[in-house]
Design a binder for this molecule. Structure first.
Ligand code: AMP
Length: 125
């Protein structure tokens, strides 16, 4: 599979420091920041620092170290924010949009962490 990464996308600009972000956490391979248009009281985006278009690209071509770093950072944030059910948190939802039907707007792989209120059913029919 060939993946076509657009290095002018907004998250690439954030990673290059060309536009600001509200950083929540950072590791060697990943960055987490607050969504600019939050759809819940907590709306954090987690992105790999590598140039990956979407989940499939990341799963196929990221190194094991990048994948572990990313997954563990998502989990660390849910725990640090007191969301994880195992820590008596009220829970959260992870979303990774991809492609047209997934309504992905920014073509740099990211996971949304949404929380802070009841989020309702998974999809509006
Ligand atoms: P998606 O539709 O899954 O690609 O989601 C893209 C998300 O990026 C949306 O929730 C936007 O509100 C968010 N977003 C766009 N520009 C910025 C920015 N400069 N800083 C933080 N979040 C952003």
């Amino acid at each position: 599979m060939a993946y076509d990464y657009d290095d002018q996308n907004i998250f690439a600009k954030i990673l290059r420091g060309e536009i600001p972000n509200s950083t929540v956490a950072e590791t060697d391979h990943s960055l987490a920041f607050n969504d600019i248009a939050p759809q819940a009281p907590i709306h954090v985006l987690v992105i790999p620092k590598g140039a990956y278009v979407n989940f499939d690209h990341f799963a196929a071509e990221a190194s094991d170290a990048e994948i572990v770093d990313f997954s563990r950072l998502v989990s660390k944030i849910t725990q640090d924010l007191g969301l994880a059910p195992e820590g008596n948190g009220e829970g959260y939802r992870l979303i990774a949009n991809s492609g047209l039907n997934g309504h992905q707007e920014v073509p740099h792989y990211h996971i949304h962490i949404l929380a802070g209120r009841p989020l309702g059913p998974m999809l509006v029919k």
